[in-house]
Design a protein around this ligand. Sequence first.
Ligand code: FAD
Length: 287
Amino acid sequence: MRLSEIYKDNSSPIFSFEVFPPKGENLDKKMKNLFCELSALVEKKPALISVTYGAGGSNKDTSLEIVKELKTHLKQPVMPHFTCVCLSKNYIENYIQEIEDIGILNILALRGDEPQDIDVCYRDFKSALELIEYLKNHSELEFAVAAYPEKHPKAKTLEDDIDVLKKKQDLGAKVAYTQLFFKNENFYKFFDLCSKKGIKLPIIPGVLPVASFSQLSRIVELSGTQIEPKTLEFFEKYKDSKEDTIKAGIEFASIQCEKLLDFGAKGIHFYTLNKARSSCEIIDNIT
Ligand code: FAD
């Protein structure tokens, strides 16, 4: 199904999952584990499963292997992410052709962050806008885009980001998925500002079920994601027990998702971190 059809449905919340290609040692084992988690995720009948793509094409093969597994064996609606930064026009043309040849209908079109460890960085495509302009003119794919309720770290102002999102919509983006956040108020404000600017495409909040306190601290420190001190304290209480942290993450995200859906979000995009349990239990809690 194409994105425009998926998000036309207003009858029930639309859930999607995001997974990433494993890397490092024991790749075969990690891929097997991921396919196991994917089998559990598909039980929830997601509208889409999206697969991330390493900027610069670093994990193209594993990313495509997962996309093919989802499409061919698990028969799932799958949406590859694709980042254009540092890639040549020729590379991009070939990749788009390759995914269209395997029957992919939708793509999450991104700029990506310039990788540090790349020898040659092409400047053929400098932003997501340039990529989606290309997709619009040279492919049949429908495209989703990224949005940032707490501002992209490099953007000067939130308004600049919203102007970019409006341009993405005007070029034909069908849906936007947001960066993860913990303060729903920031999403509500962002959503209202977008509406005032004439942005009508569905903006789907990205939710990360916390599963580790150290990981949460890292996200907050490195990406500047805002978090209430009381939320941090809530998770800190459980930091010595993995099981208790997972349960706390499910509890927190269930309330967060319920409020987002009450506010009017059409769905939730779960950052699963390649684990099925938390996202599946959250869906059970809120449906
Ligand atoms: P753009 O839309 O081109 O830019 C995003 C915004 O940032 C613009 O609104 C603009 O205001 C501002 N901006 C960007 N760069 C600058 C700059 N240099 N100066 C000033 N303002 C600037 N990354 C991956 O590598 N792989 C993935 O699979 C992946 N998946 C993602 C999925 C989602 C849902 C989200 C939200 C992000 C994802 N990212 C991924 C991260 C993304 O690639 C980065 O955030 C990247 O920096 C911006 O990509 P973009 O497509 O939003 O770029």
